[in-house]
Ligand binder design. Structure first.
Ligand code: ASP
Length: 345
């Protein structure tokens, strides 16, 4: 019997960490130390090979160059493996995983992100369960030999989520991630129960396309009661700014101050793309539902529907990078569901 093959790409994160003797803080160890804690990796039904960043990183140091490195590794090794697992710190996992979901167009194999809340060497660690189940999911195929979840996903505690729907919700509990606006693609208990009807499939014969250009001239503007004009103006007049995630109240609402409308309108007229993203975790932007969102529509702010900030930021960065000088195209694609990141009726 041939074993399914999975490539484990380790970028670091708590799962790989040990305590530094001098500072007492957690720092990534090296990959050999990690492997020594995980003999099970090589004892199961799946053939696992490892590629590791050197040095391993805390995910606060993961940036778009690292996303390119991860996606490029998947792209270069695509034909050699049945699936991929990316070990990653939890702090920015949803950003990286969202980014890869947009970078790997026509993905037909699983790319599962996972990590842990406690280092692998700690007795009570959640590392082994998370990693071993992620590997099983990355290798899983149906009776016809097709990958069961050929998407970029995040596996944590006992749930498999679509990557671009996740956010880190908990710095304490083992259930560190949630997908508020889309159901889990699988649940792991005694058995792993998949929900194939929820999976985003691409045509099986479509070739994998890798997108790697990011433009980081974007910003997040979070509204709050009492926000002042100079703050908004300073951000919107940032030199080179191309896109803004505008975090609004409830169903996409904002204060009706005339100055806010003028600042937003001026920015949009200059070509800056502003997308309305609700501060609520669950639910969608619905501009026009309340009168307090009408000014945003009038100013030319786009709806982000039910997207996460992580997905919207990374989608914007990639669209600006790939469609240099074609703002109309970026606006059009921001309103489209590219790989399951938004719900549009
Ligand atoms: N600071 C760590 C990281 O994101 C936290 C973790 O992995 O849970 O790399």
């Amino acid at each position: 019997m041939t074993m399914n093959k999975v490539l484990l790409i380790s970028t670091g994160g708590t799962i790989t960490m040990v305590r530094d003797k001098e500072s007492g803080a957690l720092v990534p160890a090296d990959i050999e130390t990690f492997k020594a804690y995980m003999p099970e990796l090589f004892a199961g039904d799946v053939q696992v090979e490892i590629e590791a960043f050197s040095p391993l990183l805390d995910s606060s140091d993961v940036n778009p160059d690292c996303w390119v490195r991860m996606a490029q590794t998947v792209y270069d090794r695509y034909d050699k493996y049945d699936g991929f697992v990316i070990l990653h710190g939890t702090d920015t996992m949803s950003y990286s995983a969202s980014a890869l979901s947009f970078m790997l167009e026509n993905l037909g194999k699983p790319v599962v992100f996972t990590g842990s809340q406690l280092p692998v060497g700690v007795l009570r660690s959640d590392a082994k369960e998370n990693l071993l189940t992620a590997i099983e999911i990355a290798a899983a195929k149906d009776e016809e030999g097709n990958a069961i979840v050929p998407e970029v996903t995040v596996y944590f505690e006992d749930r498999l989520f679509r990557a671009n729907r996740t956010m880190k919700r908990n710095a304490e509990h083992f259930s560190a991630f949630n997908s508020y606006n889309y159901p889990a693609l699988a649940k792991a208990g005694v058995h792993i129960t998949y929900q194939p009807h929820l999976v985003h499939y691409t045509a099986t014969d479509a070739p994998l396309i890798l997108h790697t250009r990011f433009d980081c001239n974007v910003a997040v503007l979070k509204l709050f009661p009492g926000i002042q004009q100079p703050v908004v103006r300073a951000l919107l007049r940032t030199r080179g700014l191309k896109g803004v995630v505008l975090e609004t109240f409830g169903a996409g609402n904002a204060p009706t101050d005339e100055w806010l409308y003028s600042e937003l309108k001026e920015a949009v007229d200059k070509g800056i793309i502003i997308v309305n993203k609700t501060q609520c975790n669950t639910g969608s932007v619905e501009m026009g539902l309340y009168a307090v969102s009408l000014n945003l529509m009038k100013a030319g702010v786009l709806s982000g529907y039910d997207i996460t900030t992580e997905a919207l930021l990374t989608k914007m960065m990639l669209l600006f990078g790939e469609n240099v000088d074609d703002t109309a195209k970026v606006r059009e694609l921001l309103g489209k569901n590219l790989c399951g990141e938004i719900t549009i009726d």
